[in-house]
Design a protein around this ligand. Structure first.
Ligand SMILES: [Zn+2]
Length: 432
């Protein structure tokens, strides 16, 4: 195996191909790709399969998909799609084919084997919203195939950061601009604003990142989400990021001061806040409207907040707080907000490696249809990542990241756990 070929840092300075129906502008989004396995030289086929293409379109049965040179070559009914002789073919009978899953909130947390485990469960792209790019050095040198890595660099935070080792602390506009520049020069595909960053500096972040075509996402506690949206952020990580914006001003200020005084105040404070929120308030519908108008994506990461009756050290307040986060997520989707799947990597109610599937199940509990939850994990995330010109759906010309599962996840989202085979960049994972 040729290591130079094997370990490829792909810098997509422009879209690798043009799709006639799409006019995506030149993309500045870069990814780190670790593909020690070779792409097959010949065509691959999946025949007679149920197809969920990621666009929100309903499942189509008895379909055939052809893959060539890492790209989706053809998609059509099995009856009319000709599979060339001697093509390496997978019989898709009883299986469903979906686009590779994309995770907008993946944390490595020093667990170097987790990305490959996620990949084997169908997650072909992960975005880490806040870690030094150096933290992925081990993963990038791995001899094992890895999901596409979309990295952010350390998140940009104010003084007394909650996670010092994952942060760049900035104190003024110039430091902010320089921190953003460094992350982008190092290969960041998104910038994350963290919760102690003052509003004026959030605006600096969005200005600096947008000037280079890079989106900004935020984890908020003390800055009002509506203000941050007006300052230009593109995404909100965690449903809890909108908590302060939904509270009446006096209570919001009390929560804000408590967290500013002690970062740890948020861990129980957010459940208290959420257990008391009035989701039917005028404030809530105004915020949702603003999110829709400004095209802000919500990555609710429900699974990391999941608290149920019977969990250890859990009170009714936690359970009610979580219930409201779920309800808000359904409300957001219903209002037209773009909701996406972010797994948070390890969560209380999923085995190691299955946080992504747990998040999909919770989105369905929130009121998304299984098909919408699948779309949230594929094309919607591709749009959030700004790579929808090449990833996120099964359409000719797109890069061939695919998942085969047993059963029909459009009927039962739990079938997303029945992963049968995964393809990344046009090659089946060797281990399957
Ligand atoms: Zn996180």
């Amino acid at each position: 195996m040729n290591r130079t070929l094997c370990f490829a840092l792909l810098l997509f300075s422009s879209a690798p191909f043009a799709l006639t129906q799409q006019t995506t502008p030149k993309s500045a989004i870069r990814e780190f790709l670790v593909l020690p396995q070779k792409k097959p030289a010949a065509m691959l086929a999946i025949t007679g399969v149920r197809l969920i293409d990621g666009t929100g379109r309903g499942p189509r049965s008895d379909m055939t998909v052809l893959v060539l040179n890492g790209q989706i070559h053809a998609v059509g009914p099995s009856q009319t799609t000709v599979v060339p002789k001697d093509t390496d073919t997978v019989d898709g009978g009883g299986l469903t084919l979906l686009p590779g899953l994309m995770d907008s909130h993946f944390h490595l947390d020093s667990d170097g084997t987790l990305p490959a485990l996620f990949l084997s469960h169908g997650v072909t792209s992960v975005r880490d919203p806040g870690a030094w790019i150096e933290a992925y050095e081990g993963v990038r040198k791995s001899k094992e195939t890895q999901p596409r890595l979309f990295l952010a660099g350390p998140h940009i935070d104010g003084t007394q950061p909650a996670y010092p080792t994952d942060s760049t602390v900035v104190r003024d506009a110039m430091e902010t601009r320089l921190a953003v520049k460094r992350n982008l020069d190092d290969g960041a595909s998104v910038i994350k604003a963290y919760f102690r960053l003052p509003l004026a500096l959030i605006e600096e972040v969005t200005r600096a990142a947008h000037a280079r075509g890079i989106p900004v996402t935020a984890h908020l506690e003390v800055v009002d989400a509506a203000d941050a949206i007006r300052a230009g952020i593109d995404g909100l990580e965690h449903a809890t990021s909108v908590g302060a914006a939904l509270l009446p001003p006096r209570e919001a200020e009390a929560y804000r001061q408590a967290v500013l005084a002690d970062n740890a105040a948020r861990s129980v404070g957010r459940y208290r806040v959420w257990s008391q929120l009035d989701l039917k308030s005028e404030r809530a519908s105004r915020l949702l409207k603003l999110m829709v108008t400004r095209n802000v994506t919500l990555s609710p990461t429900l699974a990391v907040f999941e608290r149920r009756d019977g969990d250890k050290d859990i009170t009714e307040m936690h359970v009610q707080g979580f219930r409201q986060m779920v309800a808000f997520t359904g409300q957001a989707q219903g209002a037209g907000v773009r909701v996406v799947v972010g797994s948070h990597s390890s969560v209380p109610h999923a085995e190691r490696g299955w946080a992504y599937q747990r998040e999909m199940e919770l989105l369905v509990e929130a009121g998304l249809t299984p098909l919408q939850a699948i779309q949230a994990g594929t094309l919607e995330n591709a749009k959030f990542f700004r790579v929808e010109n090449r990833l996120g759906s099964i359409e000719p010309g797109k890069q061939a990241d695919l998942v085969l599962v047993e059963g029909d996840p459009s009927q039962d989202i739990a079938h997303m756990r029945r992963v049968w085979k995964v393809m990344i960049d046009g090659a089946w994972l060797a281990s399957q």
